[in-house]
Design a protein around this ligand. Structure first.
Ligand code: ADP
Length: 281
């Protein structure tokens, strides 16, 4: 090899990024609803923390996956729960044959190396756990790791995104104003019926007419809120019913498994949902 060729080979050696395993390889399909892609990109330029609000299964996670892919960022997702402690997010000392060593938690990994940390269903976490993220959400963009004796300054490519379902507020699962106000908020709803049918058809592979029937049923269940139902059928449920229908299952069987029986444990509510389904599909 000539010196020039050696230099070319050297240049091609790509240094692996520590979070390469968290990059999305394929473009996640996402049908935009109302300018949210552009707005997310604008917020990203300023590294503004973002909150995605909306009912379960309406496309919040898919949106953040799509944006991570679009921006070429690793995506670290944390499914929040009430037993989660601040150490689960930030990190802790672990013990192995060689002694103790520090292990970064998912939030710290994203803040240290750059990428999106997505806190899914942030309200499930205790308020004192949530407080751990506060210093990362203001202009300081720091993460104090007291136990590790480190004050971590967030990587320039770090972005914090969280999701939450405002429908659960009534169960005492609201987000504290001091946390909510640190985020810019996107309000998600279910897509309009034509758009939702197109999504269901695309994702599950059922014919558009079948997807339209499923969406019609979902719309009716969403009108039943407070009538024994906490939540109506989500886009996710319709897609799952669609998988079975595409594979040849009877449409009512697919709907029973993924929608009517999945929405409620109350036999009366289940029966009225079933009647509703018979009228729609
Ligand atoms: P959640 O709001 O609970 O995070 P998801 O993002 O997991 O919901 O959405 C559930 C499913 O609905 C996704 O896997 C995807 O198939 C579909 N979906 C919902 N909205 C869209 C959309 N706008 N574009 C593409 N797929 C969508």
């Amino acid at each position: 090899l000539s010196i020039a060729e050696v230099l070319v080979v050297e240049e091609r050696k790509v240094v692996p990024h520590p979070l390469d395993g968290f990059r999305l390889v394929h473009e996640p399909y996402y049908a935009p609803v109302a300018g949210e892609i552009d707005l997310f990109e604008r917020a990203w330029k300023h590294r503004l923390p973002l909150l995605l609000k909306g009912p379960t299964g309406c496309g919040k996670t898919r949106f953040v996956e799509h944006m991570a892919w679009r921006l070429g960022l690793p995506l670290i997702t944390v499914a929040c729960n009430e037993d989660m402690t601040a150490a689960d997010l930030t990190g802790r000392y672990l013990l192995d044959a060689g002694g103790t060593f520090w292990q970064d938690g998912p939030l710290t990994m994203a803040a240290r190396h750059g990428g999106i940390c997505y806190l899914d269903e942030i309200v499930e976490a205790h308020a004192d756990t949530t407080t751990a993220i506060h210093p990362l959400t203001d202009a300081r963009r720091i993460l104090p790791l007291e136990r590790h004796g480190e004050l971590l300054r967030a990587h320039p490519d770090f972005l914090l995104v969280a999701s939450y379902n405002p429908g659960y507020q009534g169960r005492g699962k609201g987000l504290k104003a001091s946390t909510r106000q640190r985020f810019g908020s996107f309000s998600f709803g279910y897509p309009v019926p034509e758009a939702e049918a197109a999504i269901v058809a695309h994702e599950s592979g059922v014919a558009l007419e079948v997807a339209e029937q499923l969406v019609k049923l979902a719309g009716r269940t969403r009108d039943l809120l407070d009538d024994g139902l906490d939540e109506g059928a989500s886009t996710r449920m319709l897609i799952r019913a669609g998988y079975l229908i595409r594979d040849g299952a009877d449409i009512m069987d697919a709907v029973r498994l993924n929608v009517t029986q999945a929405l409620s444990d109350d036999p009366e509510v289940e029966a009225s949902l079933h009647a509703l389904a018979q009228a729609c599909v």
